[in-house]
Structures are given as structure tokens and as C-alpha cells.
Write a protein that binds this ligand. Structure first.
Ligand code: GLT
Ligand code: MN
Ligand code: MN
Ligand code: MN
Length: 409
């Protein structure tokens, strides 16, 4: 059957890997790379592409992901920015031809420039909104040129700080319109990428509209986007929302909305989106369990490392090690999840736990044969002891121990 490669299409994010200066709020960047010797921004951008493709080749991944502004500097006008970008895209396409590298997804950076301070698709200024749409238009054209399989919208600064100065409903309608316009234009130019929204809570704005998978699915349904859009889910964002990665993937897959995955993990002591490389086998196993249950990551999905090294660990070797550990962790998680599936161990757990739904009263409730009156009649005189007997230990510790046992093997 299916090979590891069919399940896991690994991708590396351009922005954290090659653009990161590795600054923190108390210190300047520590990263130094060969292309840093080019002080002219365009020379720098072009040299970076060659370095990046050499890195991908050596690492042995087949996919990359990028924003428009990761690749090329902005000019004074959008026309100039587009021209800069096109020059770099020429070089990307050249490198793609030489190496066979593919693009898992591309996206548009509608959050870094100060003009997007109050959002792009949710900006209170119609001019900023219009600019965002115009920038997006070119980014979609770029996606078509590089053959991107998906197109991602992460809601950068799409949220609010205070409702005293925010028309929430209006802003949400505006961004939904932007998504519709984007899909229409992609269709018009024959860019047939799967459109993906990437939820993330709490940062950079206090109240991000795309808080988590459930919120984003509800938004898509409200605005008729659910036919054409799916989700790109990230481990660290799940943790920020107070969820596990597994929870977010489960919500998406049960709604038929699982599109693609961003891989990283958070640090419970820090909390924010610190994009550590994923290495927790318990968590990669849980994520891969959902993927095995889904049959694939998503129709066109892959596993994109949206992760960065620490400020003190900036050397190229460290970047290699961390990606390799990340890939190993997901490969091991997949192996464990597949073994668990094959043994049917969780089938037994669930069968026992839900047994009463498969017969008698449970079946009648599910089949709609009961109502409140009939249920009251049956339960009104049932003694507490009998109800207590109907509950059971959840055996969670035992289940976790068993999963750890699979992981250790
Ligand atoms: C940023 C964010 C990521 C998104 C990127 C795409 S940018 O790093 O935290 O999770 O995937 O815009
Ligand atoms: Mn991400
Ligand atoms: Mn992130
Ligand atoms: Mn990130």
C-alpha cells in the first residue's frame, strides 16, 4: 500500500527559515547567512533563492511555502513591488525546473507593513482594503505561475482591540467578500489551488476573528465560503486557543474541512506563537491518528514546518537538525498511529464506552423514537444507584499508558 511519502508531504516555510533575523524584544538578530553580504535588497533576495533551494535539496523536502513579501522587498508603489516579486519568481521557477521542487501553498503578507495596523480585509479604511485586494490579485497570479497546490489566508491583523471603535459584523462581511473576490479571480485566471483559511487566536490582535477551527468553520458557513475553502491548522495556534492540535484536526476532519497542516509546537511556559520545532511524540502521534482516520492530511494537504530556531541557535546546522527532528517526529507519530489503527485497540475502547447506544434505549433515542415525555416516563422512578451504575471509569490513564507503550516500542 500507501508509503510514508503518500501520507507526509513535507514542506519548509520560507519566512522563518530564510527571512528570520532571529530577533527577540530584547535583542537584535543573530542570524548570519551567506546572502547577508548583499546589501542591495534585490541582490539579497535573489541570492537567498539559490541558498534556499540548496537547503531544500540537502534536506530532501519536496515542497516550500512562501508569502509574497518573503521573497522580494516592497517598492514605493504596488507596481514596483509586483515587478520586484516577478523578478524573484523568475528565479524560483528556474530553480523549480532544475530541482523538481513544488509549492505546497503561497500566501500574501497583509500584516507586516504598518499600513495594515488595523487589518487588511477588515481595515476600517476602504483604501487599505482595496490595496489589500490589489496585492492579493498579484499573489494569486504568482500562485498560478509556481503551480501552488493550495493558497492560504492567515488572518494576520484581522481582529480588533476594542469594540468601542469596531463594527465587528461589518468587518467580518468585508473580509468574507475579499475571500469571495479572491476565489472568483483564481477561477478567472485558472489558478485551481485549494483555498485555505488558517485560524489563530490572540495574536497579533487581542481578538482575532479566526480564533480556532470551530469559529472559522462557522464563519465560512455564515458567508457561503464552506464549499470552496478548507482549513490550514497549526499546532502552536491550537495550543494558543487552549486546544490540542488533535482537537483542531478532529473538528476540521469531522466537518470535512481538513485542508493542510502547519507543524510546530508551543511552550506552555511562554504561551505565544513561538514556533518551536515539533518533537513531542505524544502530540505528533495524536495528530497523525486524526490523519490516519481521515485517510490523508487533506485533499491536497501537506505538513509545512512553520517553525524557527531559537535566537541562540542560528547556525545552518541547527536549522537542519531541527527540521530533521521534526520530520522524524511526525514519521514516528504516523507509524505509531498506523499500528494502533491496525491493532484496533481504540475501536475496542470506544465500543465498550458507547455500548449502551448500540442497543435498546440508546438506539431508540438515536432513531428518533423517543421524546421528553417518553424518556421521563422511563426515568422518573429510577433509583440513583442504578444511574450511578450506568456510568463507568473512563480508563483514561490506562489508555494513555497503552499509547505510550506503542510509542516506546
Ligand atoms: C505567521 C503565522 C503563521 C502563518 C503564516 C502565514 S505567517 O508565521 O503565525 O502561522 O502560517 O501567513
Ligand atoms: Mn502557520
Ligand atoms: Mn503560527
Ligand atoms: Mn509562524
Amino acid at each position: 500500500g500507501k508509503k510514508m511519502k503518500d501520507w507526509l508531504r513535507f514542506s519548509v516555510a520560507y519566512w522563518h527559515t530564510f527571512d528570520q533575523r532571529l530577533v527577540d524584544p530584547f535583542g537584535d538578530g543573530t542570524a548570519t547567512r551567506p546572502y547577508d553580504k548583499y546589501t542591495d535588497p534585490m541582490d539579497n533576495a535573489l541570492a537567498k533563492v539559490d541558498y534556499a533551494f540548496e537547503f531544500y535539496q540537502k534536506l530532501g523536502v519536496d515542497y516550500l511555502c512562501f508569502h509574497d513579501r518573503d521573497l522580494a522587498p516592497e517598492g514605493d508603489t504596488l507596481r514596483e513591488s509586483n515587478a520586484n516579486l516577478d523578478k524573484v519568481i523568475d528565479k524560483i521557477v528556474e530553480n523549480q525546473k532544475a530541482t523538481g521542487m513544488k509549492v505546497l501553498w503561497n500566501t500574501s503578507n497583509l500584516f507586516t507593513n504598518p499600513r495594515f495596523l488595523s487589518g487588511a480585509g477588515t481595515a476600517p479604511s476602504s483604501k487599505i482594503y482595496a490595496y489589500a485586494c490589489a496585492q492579493l490579485k498579484h499573489s494569486l497570479e504568482v500562485g498560478k505561475r509556481v503551480g501552488a497546490e493550495n493558497y492560504v489566508f492567515w488572518g494576520g491583523r484581522e481582529g480588533y482591540e476594542s469594540l468601542w471603535n469596531t463594527e465587528m459584523k461589518r468587518e467580518q462581511a468585508h473580509i468574507a467578500k475579499m475571500f469571495h473576490l479572491a476565489k472568483d479571480y483564481a477561477d478567472e485566471i485558472g489558478f485551481d489551488a485549494q483555498m485555505l483559511l488558517e485560524p489563530k487566536p490572540k495574536e497579533p490582535t487581542t481578538h482575532q476573528y479566526d480564533f480556532d477551527a470551530a469559529t472559522t468553520i462557522a464563519f465560512m458557513k455564515e458567508y457561503g465560503l464552506d464549499k470552496d475553502f478548507k482549513l490550514n491548522l497549526e499546532g502552536n495556534h491550537a495550543n494558543l486557543a487552549g486546544h490540542t492540535y488533535q482537537h483542531e484536526i478532529r473538528v476540521a476532519r469531522e466537518a470535512g474541512m481538513l485542508g493542510s497542516l502547519d507543524a510546530n509546537q508551543g511552550d506552555k511556559l511562554i504561551g505565544w506563537d513561538i514556533d518551536e520545532f515539533p518533537s513531542n511524540l505524544y502530540e505528533t502521534t495524536a495528530a497523525m491518528w486524526e490523519v490516519v482516520e481521515n485517510g490523508q492530511i487533506g485533499p491536497r494537504g501537506g505538513l509545512n514546518f512553520d517553525a524557527k530556531p531559537r535566537r541562540t541557535s542560528w547556525q545552518a546546522e541547527d536549522l537542519f537538525y531541527s527540521h530533521i527532528v521534526g520530520m522524524d517526529s511526525f514519521a514516528a507519530g504516523l507509524r505509531v498511529a498506523a499500528a494502533m489503527k491496525e491493532d484496533g485497540f481504540l475501536d475496542d475502547v470506544l465500543k465498550t464506552r458507547y455500548a449502551s447506544w448500540d442497543e435498546g434505549l440508546g438506539k431508540d433515542i438515536e432513531d428518533g423514537k423517543e421524546d421528553f415525555k417518553s424518556l421521563e416516563e422511563k426515568l422518573l422512578d429510577t433509583p440513583q444507584a442504578e444511574l450511578r451504575a450506568a456510568t463507568q471509569s473512563d480508563h483514561l490513564e490506562q489508555i494513555k499508558d497503552t499509547i505510550n507503550h506503542y510509542i516506546i516500542q
